[in-house]
Design a protein around this ligand. Structure first.
Ligand SMILES: C[S@@+](CC[C@H](N)C(=O)[O-])C[C@H]1O[C@@H](n2cnc3c(N)ncnc32)[C@H](O)[C@@H]1O
Length: 481
């Protein structure tokens, strides 16, 4: 599919002049102002767009269509910034690095409206000029006007054909521009998914996912949530419309927003075969639990299986979020299945060796499998992050194996398909130790079609194939040394 097929309807009629407007000095349009403020918060404060958006919308009093327009404008601009920067570079006769950051934000927002939102050119340009006057000053308004006029001269497809390298001679360079991903990410994803599928994956990364909910078993049912049942998780539904917060089970914490792939990770740990250790109730550990989405599902599954879950998270404020996720809001006490929440470093865990029956290591990772839901994430990561993360992932998996009793299991998961974080971590730990073996995932996640991971028996989910985040799952069993 060509990049221009990613256009979404966003046409927004221009209303009459607002009170107080006078010729040439109109105030900035509030929805565009909101999107501008989100970009600024992402750039200056390293904010997450999806977290800052509700605050900005609330502060500016935006609701309904205006809120939807601002959301698409901010998220779409951040997501497709790589494409727009290549276009803008062709329209400006100095390097983009020399353009004032606030002006570049306005230009990117304008480019998104012109090239991907079907906002009429004159409206996109005049509101961008207004925004420049309001937030930067009169000086650059003419520059913004001139640059955006140039942008309107071609469609997105025509621009990509003009500014991207040749697809035949430099596929990754072309994909970098056409699908707006940093080149190193294109290369790593191509290595993981295969050259024949990488374009489909990159394209899927640019489509915001629909909202998926989980009904925590024993506390809520999928029927309470409405929506369409997910294909693989028995606890999931995809919302067709509306806000999750308006659903009682979500508001009460008995259900939550959770990608289907994440649901399959928690289910895979619960479903693994583990022989009972006498009459003792099973003890489960979520080693990297923050903010607690998988812990909440694990706790419900643990309660059902008569087990007890400990949730551990290194960052104290995220451990607080885990606690909130594991608290029964009406009773004010931990939900069934929880035996504790700990703020500790999983690489130096405050637990005794060989004490847990099942451990989830949902490792800190690059998150390159969840780019659909985090529009700015692709620009935040760098290859240098990989080395640091891989070292941490290996030591967390290693410690988790120490904490597992012989016969028990560790599920290693990442929301990244990058082979250095998946295959290589698992193979390195297997090569180092004689007291662990890899086992195939045979239950629900293992039955997902076309989900073979990079080592036999492991699972790799994909946005473009399964509609989930690109979760990787590997099951390891502790054996006597
Ligand atoms: C992928 S996230 C986990 C998501 C979580 N399982 C959920 O479903 O909500 C990884 C988490 O590991 C935490 N983390 C990073 N380093 C850690 C460490 N050394 N020990 C324990 N947790 C750590 C991060 O703060 C982050 O919250």
């Amino acid at each position: 599919m060509s990049p221009s097929n990613r256009r979404r309807p966003g046409r927004r009629p221009q209303g009459p002049r607002r009170p107080g407007e006078r010729g040439g000095t109109r105030p900035a349009d509030p929805a565009r102002l909101a999107a501008f403020e989100v970009l600024k918060a992402v750039r200056v404060d390293e904010a997450y767009a999806n977290l800052v958006l509700p605050h900005v919308l609330g502060r500016l009093g935006l609701e309904g269509r205006d809120a939807a327009f601002a959301t698409e404008l901010a998220s779409g601009t951040l997501r497709q910034q790589g494409t727009y920067d290549a276009v803008l570079a062709a329209c400006i006769d100095r390097p983009l690095a020399k353009v004032e950051a606030k002006v570049l934000d306005v230009l990117r927002l304008g480019a998104h409206q012109v090239l991907s939102m079907r906002v009429p050119d004159h409206a996109a340009i005049s509101t961008s000029v207004d925004l420049t006057r309001a937030k930067v000053g009169q000086g650059p308004a003419g520059f913004v006007n001139a640059v955006l006029r140039k942008v309107t001269r071609k469609s997105l497809d025509e621009w990509v054909a003009e500014v991207a390298p040749s697809r035949e001679q430099d596929h990754d360079g072309w994909a970098t521009v056409a699908f707006s991903h940093p080149r190193w990410v294109v290369e790593r994803l191509a290595e993981a998914v295969g050259r024949d599928q990488v374009d489909a994956l990159l394209e899927a990364d640019n489509v915001p996912p629909s909202v998926t909910l989980v009904a925590r078993p024993g506390r809520a049912t999928v029927d309470e949530l409405g929506g369409t049942p997910t294909s693989y998780s028995p606890y999931g539904v995809t919302l067709d419309a509306g806000s999750p917060a308006a659903i009682a089970a979500v508001a009460e914490g008995r259900a939550g927003v959770q990608d289907e792939g994440s649901q399959l990770v928690a289910i895979a740990l619960a479903e693994a075969a583990v022989e009972r250790d006498g009459d003792r109730a099973e003890s489960w550990l979520d080693l990297c639990a923050g903010p607690g989405g998988k812990s909440a599902l694990l706790a419900a599954l643990a309660a059902h299986q008569g087990a007890a879950l400990v949730a551990n998270e290194r960052q104290p404020h995220r451990a607080g979020l885990v606690l909130a996720n594991l608290t029964d809001r009406s009773a004010g006490s931990p939900v069934d299945g929880v035996s504790g929440v700990v703020a500790g470093d999983g690489a130096k865990p405050p637990f005794k060796d060989a004490t847990f029956d099942r451990i989830l290591v949902d490792a800190p990772c690059t998150g390159l499998g969840a780019l659909r839901r985090r529009p700015e994430a692709r620009w935040r990561r760098a290859t240098a992050d990989l080395d640091v993360l891989v070292g941490l992932q290996r030591s967390l998996l290693d410690r988790a194996i120490d904490l597992t009793r012989p016969g028990g299991v560790v599920l290693y998961a990442t929301c990244s398909p990058v082979l250095a974080e998946t295959r290589d971590v698992v193979q390195a730990v297997l090569a180092d130790r004689s007291d662990v073996r890899l086992e195939p995932i045979v239950a629900t996640a293992g039955k997902v079609p076309d989900s073979a991971g990079p080592i036999e028996g492991t699972v790799q989910l994909w946005p473009h194939r399964h509609g989930t985040d690109a979760m990787f799952l590997a099951l390891l069993r502790r054996t006597p040394a």
